[in-house]
Design a protein around this ligand. Structure first.
Ligand SMILES: [Zn+2]
Length: 181
């Protein structure tokens, strides 16, 4: 459910069977998120919001409604760019170096550029569209190498290094960028 709040903009309410009490957090777009127990009524959810209003304002960095909408738009644009580029770039390098992955997933988490799961799914952050191409390629090669080594062992780095001679420098440089919008 979404509560339209004058002050906070859209507030995302998640009703979860696992929630024991009310919890407030921030979504990636900077919206306020509330998780409440499953059978909480909408009326009660709104009341929780109102009684905690002051505390929420003090503690949580909520974006104002206009910024929330700007973020949504930026994400949409970035997702579109990413869809038209990242899966093909991944496929290109996989073919070049003989890797088999099962699928490419696009993410927009705030924390990581990419990941490779044991079912051979490679996830790439759409924020990669904002970093220099050489770093974007580095992340792709890094995740591809994880198909053979699910760790950061010496063997793993040797494999990354065989495709990207400057990988140490690229690993350092990518830290100057943040994956989130
Ligand atoms: Zn890694």
């Amino acid at each position: 459910m979404i509560i339209k709040d004058k002050e906070f903009g859209e507030v995302i309410v998640r009703k979860s069977p696992l929630a024991a009490g009310v919890k407030f957090s921030i979504s990636t777009s900077g919206r306020l998120q509330m998780s409440v127990p499953k059978y909480t009524s909408d009326f009660l959810a709104k009341r929780f919001l109102n009684t905690n209003r002051k505390l929420i304002k003090e503690k949580l960095p909520i974006n104002d409604p206009a910024t929330q909408r700007t973020r949504d738009y930026q994400k949409k644009v970035l997702m579109k760019k990413a869809k038209e580029y990242l899966p093909y770039r991944l496929e290109y390098y996989a073919k070049m170096y003989g890797y088999n992955y099962s699928r490419c997933r696009l993410t927009h988490a705030n924390t990581r550029w990419g990941s490779c799961s044991s079912n051979r799914t490679i996830s790439l952050n759409i924020g990669l569209m904002k970093v220099p191409e050489v770093l974007r390629d580095y992340v792709i090669l890094h995740e591809l190498a994880h198909l053979n080594h699910m760790d950061h062992s010496k063997a793993f780095w040797a494999e990354v290094g065989s495709h990207d001679k400057n990988y140490k420098n690229h690993e350092k440089k990518i830290k100057y960028f943040k994956p989130g919008l």
